[in-house]
Structure formats: structure tokens, C-alpha cells
Design a protein around this ligand. Structure first.
Ligand code: PGA
Length: 253
């Protein structure tokens, strides 16, 4: 049974103290209730150690970085390597969020490199893909997402791909309050799984968790997560409010 995942993406929000308080509230109220449920908190780099310590010993709960370097180590001022993350006990890293693609020029090719370094070091990537509004309006979202998958993922072996979590995040739905309908989400998730099946076979494709991201909140999580190919969510704004994120965790199927 593939994993159902509620992943919080704090982005560049909260002070250390606010983050600690938020985690304390959420962890006290919500625990992954099924064997195949996972809860992940993608927190800013300076809070990783604090967050990792907070979740220690909690089954099914993990901390993620929001990015990592494509380089192993060396003279890259300001960068954070996979090895550094590992030394803190971190197991997940978000890669290719649309904000990184847009503001930091991360290309499909660069992301392929980042995926490689993560997988070589047993770090699980949460790989983000998704189209902008003008692409959706032109009706070419499937081709666009297929290209992102092809250029960043298809050099991986099936075994490597099974370590990757995919997050479909239509850019027009991120932070806008405009969620994709559950039908739109299901349609794209099924398309992504079908693309993976064509490349790697149905067994591999069926084992990959595909999360939806873009204005997920307590009020729409049950409906979105109930779709057969939606395996949870990557949540920005609503993950900063304890009650919201607790409700989102309990919406996992
Ligand atoms: P949002 O962000 O939930 O605030 O739309 C989602 C994301 O960017 O991962």
C-alpha cells in the first residue's frame, strides 16, 4: 500500500520560537493513525535541528529540508549539502518547488542533479512539478508536466524512482486560495501515474505517492485526498495554523 503523506511547507515563515510552538501544538494533537500514513514538516534550515529533536522517536513523523545543494561539498558559500542534512538525521528534502524554479532559476536539468545526489545518499526527495496559469489556460498542462517528469526523473532506475515522492502543485493554485477542483487534481495525478507506468511499469507507478499542493486547507482536504490517485498534500499557508494542519493530517485516507 503506498504512503499517504501530509507534508507541511513552512517556506520562509515563523521565528524559531513560533516554529517550536507550532510543532508542539501539532504533535500533541495529531499522530499518524495508520501504518501507511506519514507526516512531514519542511522547515527552514536553521530550525532543522530543533524540529528533528522534537519528533525523535515518533513513528511516521519526519522533518524535511526545503532545498539542498546539487554539489557534494566545497566552496559554495551559503549552500547546504545532503551530507549536512543527513548528519542531522533528516530523511526528506523538497526539490523543485515552483518558487525555487521561478525565483532561483532552478531548471529541470539542475533538479535532475539534485535528485541524483539525494538518492545516492538515501535522502528521499519530494519532487514538485506543476504548470502556470497561462499553460493551464492554453490546455497544455499535460505536455508541460510530462516534460518536467521526463527531464528530471527518467534517467533514474525504477528502484531509485520508488524513493521519490511527487508533489503536483499547479502554480495558479499556490497561495492564491484558488484550489484545483478534486476532479482537476485527480485527472492530473492519474496522468502522472500513467506516464510513470509507461516508463517504469504499473507496479512501480502504483507504489509512488503523488501529493497535491495548492491552497490545501482543512475545508477541502477530505475531498481532495479521497481521490484515488491523490496520496495526501504538500501544504503551505494552512500548515502554519495548528488546527488546520491537524485536520489535514486526519483527512489522509
Ligand atoms: P499553499 O502552498 O498551500 O499556501 O498554496 C503550497 C505550496 O507552495 O507548497
Amino acid at each position: 500500500m503506498r504512503k499517504q503523506i501530509a507534508a507541511a511547507n513552512w517556506k520562509m515563515n515563523l521565528t524559531l520560537q513560533q516554529g517550536e510552538q507550532l510543532l508542539t501544538h501539532i504533535l500533541a494533537a495529531a499522530k499518524p493513525s495508520k501504518q501507511n500514513h506519514q507526516v512531514v514538516f519542511a522547515v527552514p534550515f536553521p530550525y532543522l535541528a530543533m524540529a528533528q529533536e522534537r519528533i525523535s522517536g515518533m513513528a511516521g513523523t519526519f522533518i524535511a529540508a526545503q532545498n539542498c545543494s546539487d554539489k557534494k561539498s566545497g566552496a559554495y558559500t551559503g549552500e547546504v549539502s545532503v551530507e549536512m542534512l543527513q548528519s542531522l538525521g533528516i530523511r526528506f528534502v523538497v526539490l523543485g518547488h515552483s518558487e525555487r524554479r521561478e525565483y532561483f532559476n532552478e531548471s529541470n536539468r539542475l533538479l535532475a542533479e539534485k535528485l541524483n545526489i539525494c538518492l545516492e545518499n538515501k535522502m528521499q526527495p519530494i519532487f514538485c512539478c506543476g504548470e502556470a496559469l497561462q499553460i493551464r489556460e492554453a490546455g497544455t498542462q499535460n505536455e508541460f508536466v510530462a516534460q518536467q517528469l521526463k527531464e528530471s526523473l527518467y534517467h533514474l532506475s525504477g528502484e531509485q524512482l520508488q524513493q521519490v515522492v511527487i508533489a503536483y502543485e499547479p502554480i495558479w493554485a499556490i497561495g492564491t486560495g484558488k484550489t484545483a477542483s478534486s476532479a482537476q487534481a485527480q485527472e492530473m495525478h492519474a496522468f502522472i501515474r500513467q506516464q510513470l507506468a509507461a516508463q517504469y511499469g504499473a507496479t512501480v507507478a502504483d507504489s509512488i505517492s503523488i501529493l497535491y499542493g495548492g491552497s490545501v486547507k482543512a475545508a477541502n482536504a477530505v475531498e481532495l485526498f479521497s481521490q484515488p490517485d491523490v496520496d495526501g498534500g504538500l501544504v503551505g499557508g494552512a500548515s502554519l495554523i495548528a488546527e488546520e494542519f491537524v485536520a489535514i493530517i486526519s483527512a489522509l485516507k
